[in-house]
Design a protein around this ligand. Sequence first.
Ligand SMILES: Nc1nc2c(ncn2[C@H]2C[C@H](O)[C@@H](COP(=O)(O)OP(=O)(O)OP(=O)(O)O)O2)c(=O)[nH]1
Ligand SMILES: Nc1ncnc2c1ncn2[C@@H]1O[C@H](COP(=O)(O)OP(=O)(O)O)[C@@H](O)[C@H]1O
Length: 418
Amino acid sequence: MAKHAKSLLSRWSSRVFLVEVDEKPLYFRLQERHRGERAPRVFGRLREEDRCYSVLVCSGDRIKAAKFYPELRDKLARDLPPGCDLTRMGSFLPRVRDSFIRGYFLKSSAESSAHIERLLRDLGRREPLLVCSYAAAGGGGQRWTQRLWSPSEDETVSDYFVVPSDEPESHPSALSMINNDVFYSFEEARDVFRKCGGIIPEAASVLEMLPGSPEVCRKPNFPVIVIEGLDATGKTTLTESLRDSLGAALLRSPPECLSPWRALFDQEPPLIRRAFYALGNYITAQQIAQEGMKTPVIVDRFWHSTAAYAIATATSGPVSNLPQRGSEVYSWPSDLLQPSFVLLLTLDAEERKRRLKDRGLEKTDEEQQLDRNQLFRLRVEEAYRRISGPPCVTVDASPSADKVLQQTLLLIRSNCHL
Ligand SMILES: Nc1nc2c(ncn2[C@H]2C[C@H](O)[C@@H](COP(=O)(O)OP(=O)(O)OP(=O)(O)O)O2)c(=O)[nH]1
Ligand SMILES: Nc1ncnc2c1ncn2[C@@H]1O[C@H](COP(=O)(O)OP(=O)(O)O)[C@@H](O)[C@H]1O
């Protein structure tokens, strides 16, 4: 049996399962037997002929699991019989970091079972899947028959009852964010790229661009000011004006030297994509340290963007699902240069959309998601505000470009003694 799957099964009944139904979390556990009272019906009125499946990716190699997860979704969405309902799901051990495993929850009619089980068995030959089939058990409650399908084709079957579980104090995605969605050290991000080499040859080109170590030898002599904000809040316009007004160097993250690979890594799963942006920050940090010896430095996006977009993407639903204020998830990496000052441009949604349209550039996937999904935009904006580290001042970006420039220059001169 796949070693990793075996370790997962050893604590199976301590796990909590999370299925998101209409972006609302439903938590449940599995018990070997049900004592006394009628077992509850966790998934509503399941008819005798209904079937559900949980399909969890339990590969021990996190790069393979990260690459396989979106592929699994596409295959299931394409090959499942009509009428089969597919939603995201996960499973975790409460308060145990990195215990979160991802998968999908399928709901269908009994006559599709043979087709679904054939499809899952084929997929399980690619990467170990923990598949549980689930039906309304006789005598009330809902029985959960678990099968492990993995490339070694061995199959374990055990039966459980499904019972409701309390909602944990913080959304379980926070358990798995550290160094999977947000990278808090150069080594952790570089390690992902070193392990990607076999499946993404371009990873080697990015590795060649990296500094030998992240340690920035000396603190810059001049102030380093980062301008942050959603697309079309006016960062490019403002940073170029600040460069001219202050005779400053203008840098951005990801740095120019990574632009040949950015579109490629933007298509990769979060583990790899966020490592790309994290490594970009370390290259930019080295450039800041060099330029900052000679002149003030203005940076267009840096750590706040990397962390805020990653945290907001890894969390679903309302802002209240974000990891709580003060969580270590918002901390600044100890090996990443801290700027003197961060300015966060804010703008109401309608004006921002107008500017985005005027600018004409096609939107990044994230920008499209920001438009489509107001919840995601609110999570990004709130995550920006919760990042700890250098002082971060919010600036209203709705006045004219010149007024925003004057306001920003005032703030910089009084906070950075320029
Ligand atoms: N720069 C940067 N962008 C990130 C990061 N993580 C996600 N993104 C997303 C946010 C935006 O949708 C998109 C913005 O990338 P850029 O700043 O290069 O694009 P662009 O110059 O068009 O944005 P801007 O006009 O400056 O807001 O990439 C990150 O760590 N750094
Ligand atoms: N203060 C402002 N008032 C009105 N329009 C602005 C302002 N700042 C920028 N713009 C315009 O809004 C669009 C997006 O600005 P840009 O600087 O590219 O934003 P970002 O770099 O944050 O995406 C551009 O067409 C720009 O000319």
